[in-house]
Structures are given as C-alpha cells and as structure tokens.
Ligand binder design. Structure first.
Ligand code: XMP
Length: 528
C-alpha cells in the first residue's frame, strides 16, 4: 500500500510544480501541506525514502523538510538522500528539518539533554528582507524540540533569535536554504502563515493557481481519460461527503457506466439510507443498488465488544458484501473510491514507521487484491475542505457537502461494548434529536461533530412514578479544524435542556444524559 499510495497509481492527474514536503514523522505534517494549499499552491507529502523519486515526478519549486520526533543522532533517525540539497530548489527546514539541514551543510546540533524547548517563546527577527518580511518583533512562535542547532555551516546566517534559541531562524540566501526552529504551521505562531508565504511565494516563486473549486472540469476529464470510452466503474457509496463527491464526479464523466452500491449495514443514522436514495437515484438518476445487510452485520458483530475487533469485522464484512454485489457488474473493470489525501498520507506514514496509527480506519486500503480492478480515486490528492469546495462546484446540496464527518464503522463505535439492535435503536433516536435541535437553530456551523453515544452503564432514574434502571446517553459536541485536535463545546442552556428532556422523554432506553467535556488530546472525538 505504501508504495502505491505515494506513487499515486490511481491519481487521475499529476500536478507538477508546487511544494514537496518531506515527512520526518511530524505530528503537524498535514497541517503544513494544508497551509501551503491555503496559499493557493499545490503541496504534496512524501516519506524521506521516496523523496528523490517523487521529486523527479513532481518537479517541485520548493521543498519543506518537516519536523519529527527523533534526534538527528538517534540510530533510527529518518534521513534523506543529501542529493536533494544539490537540486537548486529552495529548501525550508522546520524543527527537525532544520537540524537535519544543519547537519548536512557543515553545522552541528546539540543533543536533547541540553537543548530541549517546548511551548511558546517570542521571536526577535534581525533580518527581515525576505523570509521574515513583515514578521513582527516579539511575536509568539511555537517551539517543540529536543535537539537544537549549535553551530551553522558556511554560508548560513542568523535571521532571528528567541531568548532560549540563538538560531531560531537561519538561512543561506545564495543557496536559498532556510530553517526555522519553531513551527510556522500551527495557529499559536502568530506570523507563521506569513513566513510560509514569504518562502513559498516570495523566495521559491511558486505559482498560486491551485483552487479546488475550479478542479471539477479537469477532474471530470481525467476520469474520462482513465476510464476510456467503454470502461465501467463500481463505486461504494456511503452517503458521506467523499464518496458522494467522487460519485457525482465520475457520473459526470461516464454517466451510467458508473454503478453505485450502497450497503446499509444497520449502523447508519436515522434517515440516511432514504437520503441517499432520494439524492442519487431520484435526483441524479444514477444506477444505484441498495443492499440491505443490517442482519448480516449485526450477526457478525454479536457479542463482540472490543473496539478494534468491531472495526475489523465491519471492514471485512463490507468488503465481502461489496465484492459479492460487484459481481453483478460483469463489465466493470474499475473501482471508484472517495479516498482522500490524508488517508493516503496516513497509510504511508504507518508503513514508513514515522507516525503511529491510533485507530484503524476501515475505509483505507481495504480492497482485496484479487478483485483485480483498477482504482479510480479522483479525490486522492485533496484535503477534506478542498473536497467540499469541489462538491459545491459540482452542485451538491450544502446539507451534504457541509455535513459533519461520520465514521465508516458508523454507530458501532458510538455504541460501547457489544452492538445490538436494542442499543442501536435508542442511540439512533437520541442522535436524531441532537442533530435536529442543533441544525434547526443553525448551531452546527460552529461544530465539527455533534452526536450521541450509547454507554451501557445502568443508572437509576424515575420516569412517571416508576423507578427505572437504564443506560447513559452521552452528548458529544466538538469544534475542530481537522479532527487531529478538538475542543469540547456546549450549547445555549435552553437548547441543552431541550436536548436532554427530549432524549429522556422520547427515547426508551436512557435514564441519564451527560455532556462529554473532554478535549482531544487526551480524549478522542469518538468514544471507541
Ligand atoms: P477520533 O475518534 O480518532 O476521530 O478522534 C477523528 C475523526 O475520525 C473519525 N473516525 C473515523 N472515520 N473510520 C472513519 O472513516 C473510522 O474507523 C473512524 N474512527 C474515527 C471521527 O468521526 C473523527 O471525525
């Protein structure tokens, strides 16, 4: 998967130019890529071992070396063919990237015991000609590093310092190599985006014509070119943003040579299946097959309470059913998927060992090889917000394009412990109440996700005059930029009260409603 992911064998178009980001295992690597795209510049992430290969294909106009958790002195520290520095392409090293750069240009690095620095510090620029143009004095920057640079190599000079760090920003203007000891991509760094802009647009002169909203026609053409005059595509439609945008795009390219399969796994939210039928079958007139597989999923899941096992079962059964159903499309030689760029990057990182997978996501890389179909993944180079922009351009309704993320394993990961209809039904009803109360007041615009969770913990309550002994419903409301970090949120008291009253009165199954007030980290957004 990792090779394929980065090579992009199913990328339906190759974008050249832009910024190549080399992932040294940074927590914030995707954030760097997104920030660059926000500047209107295409960016792509690769692992160090594939850097030279990708460079040849992509012909980037700038290279960013990311941060990473290692020390440059560690025996397993990620490294890179230093040849990359001889290409005449402007380079910006961030944190570990800077240390790697220093090490490979004649400088030296001080090991962690003496160099570590975490949190905010104030930046004092001493040279504001280009990289730090417009960057204010004493602006906050965010540091998070163990080792730090001790000595610069020939040609490098200091451009900014901070109290604890004499080499906060360094550069060799002649060779267009620069380094930052702090993280410009995080929000806490006040002029971070300006620094990235100065590097990418000012120094590297990248073209800023990347606009996901304008991609529709190019993507449609690319799908046509890939699938050809007679090819047929089968696509697993989930009703989520990604597979929906992919379906509409492919449908525009090849019409009813696209066959959509929607698997109702019984773990969907209220009204979801009907919504998919209405939009895709009635409105778009797509060839849509709806498979009622609730019983099969529930019987496979019966008695299983371990979250990862649940995810694996759901992933496996989905693939089995999808494979069985796809056999009906004898002429289909392509498989359409709404894979996004972060899915691809995560897969690479997991293989490259740079970052660890916290939960296995069932929609990544689940295709059995023996299906022997070529992939059509028109969104493979896009981030979520870019897919939304593309969806809008394609005319998809806002209710779908701006819809909150819903995990592939569905309500199974919000139904703690084993999954059964007895739990799913009340959960579905409670979830519908949460959504209804929030959406009808337009409060969802400020929330990343808002949903209910079923906690099978009996508590005592009184309903009418009777004592009840029923379970707990958790309301989870979070704001987030990208799901990597999230804050808990609440609602105006009257709305919160209404949500709670409605759940306790209308749903049979809960004796108590609680609000989850955990941020991520250390919590996660989902409960499993
Ligand atoms: P966590 O719970 O890890 O979730 O903070 C981060 C984001 O990912 C979604 N999520 C999933 N999506 N398959 C998916 O497609 C999964 O198995 C899965 N688990 C979590 C979650 O809803 C949130 O947006």
């Amino acid at each position: 998967m990792s090779q394929q992911a980065d090579q992009g064998s199913s990328v339906v178009e190759e974008v050249s130019g832009g910024v190549l980001i080399i992932d040294f295992g940074a927590q914030y690597c995707q954030l760097i890529a997104r920030r660059i795209r926000e500047l209107g510049v295409y960016s792509r992430i690769t692992v160090p071992e594939r850097a030279m290969f990708t460079l040849k294909h992509m012909r980037p106009k700038a290279i960013i070396l990311s941060g990473g958790p290692c020390s440059v002195y560690a025996h397993d520290a990620p490294s890179l063919d230093a040849e990359i520095l001889a290409q005449g392409i402007p380079v910006l090293g961030i944190c570990y990237g800077l240390q790697w750069l220093a090490e490979h240009t004649g400088g030296s690095v001080l090991p962690a015991e003496k160099g570590a620095e975490y949190g905010r510090t104030e930046l004092q620029p001493t040279d504001t000609q280009d990289l730090l143009k417009g960057v204010r004095q004493d602006g906050i920057v965010w540091m998070s590093h163990g080792d730090k640079v001790q000595k610069l190599g020939p040609g490098f000079e200091v451009m900014a310092k901070s109290k604890p760090c004499p080499f906060a920003v360094v550069g060799d203007r002649k060779r267009k190599m620069f380094g930052l000891q702090f993280h410009p991509e995080v929000n806490h760094t006040v002029d971070g985006q300006r620094i990235l802009e100065n590097f990418v647009l000012g120094i590297a002169k990248c073209d800023n014509d990347w606009n996901p909203g304008n991609l529709a026609e190019r993507k449609v053409q690319a799908v046509k070119d890939l699938v050809g005059e007679t090819g047929e595509v089968v696509l697993g439609l989930s009703g989520g943003v990604d597979s929906s945008v992919a379906a509409v795009l492919v449908h525009r390219a090849i019409g009813n040579r696209l066959h959509c399969v929607f698997v109702d796994n019984g773990l969907l939210r209220q009204g979801e299946r009907e919504g998919v039928e209405e939009l895709f079958r009635d409105h778009y007139h797509m060839d849509l097959k709806v498979v009622d597989a609730a019983d099969r999923f529930l019987s496979e899941l019966a008695g299983v309470s371990e979250p990862e096992k649940k995810r694996k079962i759901i992933g496996r059964v989905f693939v089995e059913i999808f494979e069985e159903e796809s056999k009906d499309y004898k002429n289909a030689n392509f498989l359409g998927q709404g894979t996004l760029y972060p899915d691809v990057i995560e897969s690479v990182a997991a293989h490259g060992g740079a970052t660890s997978t916290i939960k296995s996501h069932h929609n990544v890389g689940g295709l059995p090889e023996h299906m022997n179909m070529q992939l059509v993944e028109p969104l493979r180079d896009l981030f979520k917000d870019e897919v939304r922009a593309l969806g809008r351009e394609l005319g998809l309704p806002a209710s779908l394009v701006d819809r909150q993320p819903f995990p592939g394993p569905g309500l199974a990961v919000r139904c703690l412990g084993d999954v059964s209809l007895a739990k799913l039904e009340p959960l579905r009803q409670a979830d519908a109440i949460v959504r209804e109360e929030i959406e009808s007041r337009d409060l969802h615009k400020d929330l990343w996700q808002y949903f209910a969770v079923y906690v099978p913990q009996k508590t005592v309550g009184v309903k009418g005059d009777a004592r009840v002994y029923q379970d707990v419903c958790i309301v989870r409301l979070v704001s987030s930029q990208d799901a990597m970090t999230a804050d808990w949120e609440t609602l105006p008291t009257d709305v919160m009260r209404r949500v709670s009253n409605r759940i306790l009165n209308e749903v049979d199954g809960f004796a108590r409603v609680c609000l989850d007030i955990s941020s991520k980290p250390p919590g996660t957004i989902e409960w499993e």
